[in-house]
Design a protein around this ligand. Structure first.
Ligand code: SF4
Length: 356
Protein backbone atom coordinates (compact mmCIF):
# COMPACT_ATOMS: atom_id res chain seq x y z
CA UNK A 1 0.00 0.00 0.00
CA UNK A 2 1.24 3.48 -0.89
CA UNK A 3 2.49 5.93 1.66
CA UNK A 4 -0.34 8.35 0.95
CA UNK A 5 -2.70 5.50 1.90
CA UNK A 6 -0.77 5.06 5.14
CA UNK A 7 -1.08 8.81 5.92
CA UNK A 8 -4.77 8.93 5.06
CA UNK A 9 -5.52 5.90 7.24
CA UNK A 10 -3.29 6.86 10.16
CA UNK A 11 -4.64 5.76 13.51
CA UNK A 12 -5.05 8.89 15.63
CA UNK A 13 -7.91 8.48 18.12
CA UNK A 14 -9.32 6.15 20.72
CA UNK A 15 -12.08 5.24 18.30
CA UNK A 16 -9.59 4.29 15.55
CA UNK A 17 -7.57 2.22 18.00
CA UNK A 18 -10.41 0.41 19.72
CA UNK A 19 -11.34 -1.33 16.50
CA UNK A 20 -7.86 -2.89 16.40
CA UNK A 21 -6.69 -3.56 19.96
CA UNK A 22 -8.42 -4.51 23.20
CA UNK A 23 -7.21 -1.59 25.31
CA UNK A 24 -6.05 -1.92 28.90
CA UNK A 25 -7.36 0.40 31.64
CA UNK A 26 -4.17 2.54 31.78
CA UNK A 27 -4.37 2.97 28.00
CA UNK A 28 -8.08 3.93 28.09
CA UNK A 29 -7.43 6.39 30.92
CA UNK A 30 -4.84 8.24 28.83
CA UNK A 31 -7.42 8.92 26.14
CA UNK A 32 -9.94 10.04 28.75
CA UNK A 33 -7.78 13.07 29.61
CA UNK A 34 -6.73 15.73 27.15
CA UNK A 35 -3.09 16.62 27.82
CA UNK A 36 0.23 15.22 26.62
CA UNK A 37 1.85 14.04 23.43
CA UNK A 38 -0.75 13.39 20.70
CA UNK A 39 -1.37 9.82 19.57
CA UNK A 40 -0.57 8.90 15.98
CA UNK A 41 0.59 5.65 14.38
CA UNK A 42 0.65 4.36 10.81
CA UNK A 43 -1.56 1.34 10.04
CA UNK A 44 1.59 -0.46 8.87
CA UNK A 45 3.37 -0.09 12.23
CA UNK A 46 0.21 -0.84 14.19
CA UNK A 47 -0.07 -4.13 12.27
CA UNK A 48 3.25 -5.22 13.79
CA UNK A 49 1.56 -5.36 17.22
CA UNK A 50 0.20 -8.66 18.47
CA UNK A 51 -3.33 -7.52 19.47
CA UNK A 52 -3.68 -10.33 22.00
CA UNK A 53 -0.59 -9.26 23.97
CA UNK A 54 -0.95 -6.19 26.24
CA UNK A 55 2.83 -6.31 26.86
CA UNK A 56 3.76 -6.31 23.17
CA UNK A 57 7.03 -4.33 22.71
CA UNK A 58 5.85 -2.35 19.67
CA UNK A 59 2.65 -1.46 21.53
CA UNK A 60 4.64 -0.07 24.48
CA UNK A 61 6.44 2.33 22.17
CA UNK A 62 3.40 3.88 20.49
CA UNK A 63 0.21 3.26 22.50
CA UNK A 64 -0.08 5.81 25.34
CA UNK A 65 -0.71 4.94 28.96
CA UNK A 66 -1.97 7.10 31.83
CA UNK A 67 1.48 6.60 33.41
CA UNK A 68 2.74 9.27 31.00
CA UNK A 69 0.82 11.89 32.94
CA UNK A 70 2.84 11.25 36.13
CA UNK A 71 5.91 13.45 36.30
CA UNK A 72 8.92 12.42 38.36
CA UNK A 73 11.37 14.85 39.93
CA UNK A 74 14.29 13.85 37.68
CA UNK A 75 12.27 14.41 34.49
CA UNK A 76 12.38 17.47 32.27
CA UNK A 77 10.18 19.01 29.57
CA UNK A 78 13.29 19.76 27.50
CA UNK A 79 15.63 16.97 28.71
CA UNK A 80 18.63 18.01 26.62
CA UNK A 81 18.25 21.74 27.23
CA UNK A 82 17.89 22.38 23.49
CA UNK A 83 15.80 25.53 23.84
CA UNK A 84 18.70 27.30 25.54
CA UNK A 85 21.17 26.24 22.85
CA UNK A 86 19.25 27.68 19.96
CA UNK A 87 20.96 30.70 18.35
CA UNK A 88 18.10 31.02 15.82
CA UNK A 89 14.74 29.20 15.86
CA UNK A 90 15.08 25.60 14.63
CA UNK A 91 18.88 25.35 15.04
CA UNK A 92 20.46 23.72 18.10
CA UNK A 93 24.19 24.44 18.36
CA UNK A 94 25.50 22.26 21.19
CA UNK A 95 28.91 21.06 19.96
CA UNK A 96 31.38 23.41 18.26
CA UNK A 97 31.44 21.87 14.77
CA UNK A 98 27.90 20.44 14.41
CA UNK A 99 24.32 21.65 14.49
CA UNK A 100 20.92 20.07 14.70
CA UNK A 101 18.61 21.59 12.12
CA UNK A 102 14.98 21.03 13.16
CA UNK A 103 12.67 21.17 10.14
CA UNK A 104 9.24 19.99 11.25
CA UNK A 105 7.18 19.11 14.32
CA UNK A 106 5.48 16.24 12.48
CA UNK A 107 6.23 12.49 12.61
CA UNK A 108 4.16 9.78 10.97
CA UNK A 109 4.15 7.93 14.32
CA UNK A 110 4.71 9.46 17.76
CA UNK A 111 7.00 7.56 20.15
CA UNK A 112 5.85 7.79 23.75
CA UNK A 113 9.40 8.41 25.02
CA UNK A 114 10.33 11.10 22.51
CA UNK A 115 13.05 13.49 23.69
CA UNK A 116 11.20 16.27 21.85
CA UNK A 117 7.76 15.39 23.18
CA UNK A 118 7.39 19.09 24.05
CA UNK A 119 7.54 19.83 20.34
CA UNK A 120 6.34 16.93 18.19
CA UNK A 121 2.67 17.21 17.28
CA UNK A 122 2.51 20.56 19.11
CA UNK A 123 1.78 22.68 16.05
CA UNK A 124 0.33 25.56 18.07
CA UNK A 125 3.64 26.31 19.74
CA UNK A 126 6.17 24.99 17.24
CA UNK A 127 6.05 25.86 13.57
CA UNK A 128 8.79 25.48 10.98
CA UNK A 129 7.94 27.72 8.00
CA UNK A 130 10.32 28.03 5.08
CA UNK A 131 11.30 31.52 6.30
CA UNK A 132 12.63 29.87 9.46
CA UNK A 133 14.58 27.30 7.40
CA UNK A 134 16.16 30.23 5.51
CA UNK A 135 17.12 31.84 8.81
CA UNK A 136 18.72 28.54 9.90
CA UNK A 137 20.64 28.26 6.62
CA UNK A 138 21.83 31.84 7.04
CA UNK A 139 23.17 30.99 10.51
CA UNK A 140 25.00 27.93 9.14
CA UNK A 141 26.38 29.96 6.22
CA UNK A 142 27.70 32.63 8.58
CA UNK A 143 29.26 30.16 11.04
CA UNK A 144 32.28 28.61 9.27
CA UNK A 145 33.12 26.35 12.22
CA UNK A 146 30.05 24.18 11.39
CA UNK A 147 31.12 21.12 9.40
CA UNK A 148 28.29 18.73 10.15
CA UNK A 149 24.53 19.38 9.86
CA UNK A 150 22.03 16.85 11.21
CA UNK A 151 18.49 17.32 9.85
CA UNK A 152 15.89 16.35 12.40
CA UNK A 153 12.56 17.41 13.87
CA UNK A 154 10.00 15.72 14.07
CA UNK A 155 10.85 13.46 11.22
CA UNK A 156 12.42 15.19 8.18
CA UNK A 157 11.51 12.30 5.87
CA UNK A 158 7.85 13.28 6.27
CA UNK A 159 8.66 16.44 4.26
CA UNK A 160 7.83 16.61 0.54
CA UNK A 161 10.65 15.58 -1.79
CA UNK A 162 10.86 19.01 -3.40
CA UNK A 163 11.47 20.70 -0.02
CA UNK A 164 14.14 18.16 0.94
CA UNK A 165 15.85 18.54 -2.44
CA UNK A 166 15.86 22.34 -2.09
CA UNK A 167 17.31 22.20 1.41
CA UNK A 168 20.03 19.68 0.52
CA UNK A 169 21.06 21.81 -2.44
CA UNK A 170 21.33 24.87 -0.19
CA UNK A 171 23.54 22.87 2.20
CA UNK A 172 25.68 21.61 -0.70
CA UNK A 173 26.34 25.24 -1.60
CA UNK A 174 27.85 25.98 1.82
CA UNK A 175 31.50 25.09 1.40
CA UNK A 176 32.33 24.50 5.07
CA UNK A 177 29.49 21.95 5.51
CA UNK A 178 31.31 18.65 4.94
CA UNK A 179 28.84 16.15 6.43
CA UNK A 180 25.08 16.04 5.95
CA UNK A 181 23.04 13.71 8.11
CA UNK A 182 19.39 13.03 8.73
CA UNK A 183 17.72 11.33 11.70
CA UNK A 184 14.51 9.42 10.93
CA UNK A 185 12.14 6.67 11.95
CA UNK A 186 10.28 6.73 8.62
CA UNK A 187 11.89 3.57 7.15
CA UNK A 188 10.65 1.73 10.27
CA UNK A 189 7.15 3.13 10.68
CA UNK A 190 6.36 4.18 7.10
CA UNK A 191 8.76 2.35 4.75
CA UNK A 192 6.44 3.04 1.79
CA UNK A 193 7.74 6.63 1.88
CA UNK A 194 11.18 5.47 0.67
CA UNK A 195 10.76 5.53 -3.10
CA UNK A 196 12.99 5.93 -6.15
CA UNK A 197 12.52 9.69 -6.25
CA UNK A 198 13.66 10.09 -2.64
CA UNK A 199 16.64 7.77 -3.25
CA UNK A 200 17.58 9.82 -6.31
CA UNK A 201 17.49 13.05 -4.29
CA UNK A 202 19.71 11.57 -1.57
CA UNK A 203 22.03 10.15 -4.21
CA UNK A 204 22.36 13.62 -5.79
CA UNK A 205 23.59 15.09 -2.51
CA UNK A 206 26.22 12.61 -1.42
CA UNK A 207 27.94 12.01 0.89
CA UNK A 208 24.82 11.51 2.92
CA UNK A 209 24.30 9.68 6.19
CA UNK A 210 20.97 8.54 7.56
CA UNK A 211 20.57 7.58 11.18
CA UNK A 212 17.60 5.21 11.59
CA UNK A 213 15.77 4.90 14.87
CA UNK A 214 15.44 1.12 15.41
CA UNK A 215 14.15 -0.55 18.56
CA UNK A 216 13.16 -4.17 18.05
CA UNK A 217 14.01 -7.00 15.61
CA UNK A 218 10.33 -7.35 14.72
CA UNK A 219 10.77 -4.09 12.79
CA UNK A 220 12.82 -5.99 10.15
CA UNK A 221 9.87 -6.75 7.87
CA UNK A 222 10.31 -7.68 4.19
CA UNK A 223 9.23 -4.20 3.06
CA UNK A 224 11.66 -2.55 5.53
CA UNK A 225 14.47 -4.75 4.19
CA UNK A 226 13.59 -3.89 0.61
CA UNK A 227 13.68 -0.14 1.34
CA UNK A 228 16.97 -0.39 3.21
CA UNK A 229 18.46 -2.05 0.13
CA UNK A 230 17.13 0.79 -2.05
CA UNK A 231 18.83 3.37 0.17
CA UNK A 232 22.08 1.41 0.12
CA UNK A 233 21.90 1.07 -3.67
CA UNK A 234 21.54 4.86 -3.83
CA UNK A 235 24.86 5.17 -1.99
CA UNK A 236 23.37 6.39 1.30
CA UNK A 237 25.36 5.43 4.41
CA UNK A 238 23.13 3.98 7.10
CA UNK A 239 23.64 3.88 10.84
CA UNK A 240 21.33 3.28 13.77
CA UNK A 241 20.22 4.72 17.05
CA UNK A 242 18.38 2.60 19.60
CA UNK A 243 16.85 3.77 22.86
CA UNK A 244 16.93 1.23 25.69
CA UNK A 245 13.32 0.79 26.81
CA UNK A 246 11.73 -1.28 29.53
CA UNK A 247 9.77 -4.22 28.19
CA UNK A 248 10.81 -3.40 24.63
CA UNK A 249 14.48 -4.24 24.22
CA UNK A 250 15.94 -4.46 27.75
CA UNK A 251 17.17 -8.01 27.41
CA UNK A 252 20.45 -9.22 25.88
CA UNK A 253 18.90 -11.67 23.43
CA UNK A 254 16.62 -9.03 21.85
CA UNK A 255 19.54 -6.60 21.60
CA UNK A 256 21.83 -9.22 20.04
CA UNK A 257 19.20 -10.05 17.43
CA UNK A 258 18.60 -6.36 16.80
CA UNK A 259 22.28 -5.49 16.26
CA UNK A 260 23.19 -8.60 14.25
CA UNK A 261 20.12 -7.93 12.09
CA UNK A 262 21.38 -4.41 11.39
CA UNK A 263 24.79 -5.65 10.29
CA UNK A 264 23.19 -8.24 8.01
CA UNK A 265 21.09 -5.51 6.41
CA UNK A 266 24.00 -3.07 5.97
CA UNK A 267 23.18 -0.67 8.83
CA UNK A 268 26.04 0.17 11.21
CA UNK A 269 24.87 -0.11 14.85
CA UNK A 270 25.92 3.32 16.13
CA UNK A 271 24.21 4.53 19.30
CA UNK A 272 22.58 2.57 22.10
CA UNK A 273 21.03 5.38 24.11
CA UNK A 274 20.15 5.25 27.75
CA UNK A 275 16.68 6.82 27.65
CA UNK A 276 16.62 10.60 28.21
CA UNK A 277 14.86 11.97 31.29
CA UNK A 278 11.74 12.83 29.32
CA UNK A 279 8.71 14.08 31.26
CA UNK A 280 6.36 11.16 32.00
CA UNK A 281 8.72 8.43 30.80
CA UNK A 282 9.75 6.59 33.97
CA UNK A 283 7.53 3.59 33.17
CA UNK A 284 9.54 3.12 29.96
CA UNK A 285 13.02 3.89 31.30
CA UNK A 286 15.44 1.51 33.00
CA UNK A 287 18.08 2.40 35.62
CA UNK A 288 21.49 3.43 34.26
CA UNK A 289 23.09 0.53 36.19
CA UNK A 290 20.85 -1.86 34.23
CA UNK A 291 21.80 -0.24 30.91
CA UNK A 292 25.44 -0.81 31.86
CA UNK A 293 24.76 -4.45 32.84
CA UNK A 294 23.02 -5.10 29.54
CA UNK A 295 25.92 -3.57 27.65
CA UNK A 296 28.33 -5.79 29.54
CA UNK A 297 26.29 -8.77 28.46
CA UNK A 298 26.67 -7.74 24.80
CA UNK A 299 30.29 -6.69 24.66
CA UNK A 300 32.55 -9.61 23.95
CA UNK A 301 29.58 -11.72 22.82
CA UNK A 302 28.90 -9.74 19.65
CA UNK A 303 31.26 -9.03 16.79
CA UNK A 304 32.82 -5.56 17.03
CA UNK A 305 30.86 -4.50 13.93
CA UNK A 306 27.61 -5.26 15.73
CA UNK A 307 28.37 -3.24 18.87
CA UNK A 308 27.04 0.30 19.10
CA UNK A 309 28.30 2.88 21.59
CA UNK A 310 26.34 3.03 24.84
CA UNK A 311 25.79 6.72 25.62
CA UNK A 312 24.04 8.94 28.11
CA UNK A 313 22.94 12.27 26.71
CA UNK A 314 23.33 14.52 29.72
CA UNK A 315 20.57 16.90 30.81
CA UNK A 316 20.79 20.66 30.22
CA UNK A 317 22.83 20.39 27.03
CA UNK A 318 25.94 18.98 28.69
CA UNK A 319 26.44 16.53 25.81
CA UNK A 320 26.76 12.81 25.14
CA UNK A 321 28.97 10.69 27.37
CA UNK A 322 30.03 7.21 26.18
CA UNK A 323 29.71 4.59 28.90
CA UNK A 324 32.09 1.63 28.78
CA UNK A 325 31.19 -0.33 31.91
CA UNK A 326 33.60 -3.21 32.08
CA UNK A 327 36.64 -1.49 30.67
CA UNK A 328 38.02 -0.72 34.10
CA UNK A 329 41.67 0.09 33.73
CA UNK A 330 44.03 0.29 36.65
CA UNK A 331 47.49 1.71 36.21
CA UNK A 332 49.82 0.03 38.64
CA UNK A 333 53.46 0.91 38.25
CA UNK A 334 54.72 2.49 35.03
CA UNK A 335 54.05 0.28 32.02
CA UNK A 336 51.91 -2.10 34.07
CA UNK A 337 48.13 -2.11 33.82
CA UNK A 338 45.31 -4.29 35.07
CA UNK A 339 42.58 -4.61 32.42
CA UNK A 340 39.17 -6.20 33.03
CA UNK A 341 37.86 -8.32 30.17
CA UNK A 342 34.26 -9.24 29.26
CA UNK A 343 34.35 -12.21 31.67
CA UNK A 344 35.14 -9.82 34.51
CA UNK A 345 38.67 -11.28 34.81
CA UNK A 346 41.41 -8.82 35.73
CA UNK A 347 44.32 -9.40 33.39
CA UNK A 348 47.77 -7.86 33.92
CA UNK A 349 49.07 -6.06 30.82
CA UNK A 350 52.61 -4.83 30.35
CA UNK A 351 53.33 -2.40 27.48
CA UNK A 352 57.14 -2.26 27.92
CA UNK A 353 57.32 1.55 28.35
CA UNK A 354 58.40 1.88 31.94
CA UNK A 355 59.78 5.37 31.49
CA UNK A 356 56.41 6.87 30.51
S1 SF4 B 1 10.14 9.54 15.34
FE1 SF4 B 1 11.74 10.58 16.53
S2 SF4 B 1 11.07 12.72 16.67
FE2 SF4 B 1 9.28 11.48 16.07
S3 SF4 B 1 8.24 10.95 17.95
FE3 SF4 B 1 9.64 9.26 17.50
S4 SF4 B 1 11.51 9.78 18.62
FE4 SF4 B 1 10.29 11.67 18.49
Amino acid sequence: MSYSYQYRHSVRSLKDLEGRLALTDPEKKYFAQKSGLPFLVTPYYLDLIDPSDPTDPIRKMVVPSIEETTEHPEELVDPLGEENLSPVPGVVHRYPDRVLFLLTAFCSTYCRYCTRSRMVGNFENYSFPKKQWEQGLEYIRNTPVIRDVLLSGGDPLTLPNKDLAWLLKELDNIEHVRIKRLGTKVPVVLPQRVDQELCQILSNHKPYWISIHLSHPREYTPVFQEKIQMLLDAGVQLQSQTVLLKGVNDDPETLKELFYGMVELGIKPYYLLHCDLVKGSRHLRIPLARSMDLYEQLSGYLSGYAIPKLVVDLPNGKGKVPIAPFQKIERNTKGHFLLTNYHGEQIPYYDGFEGV
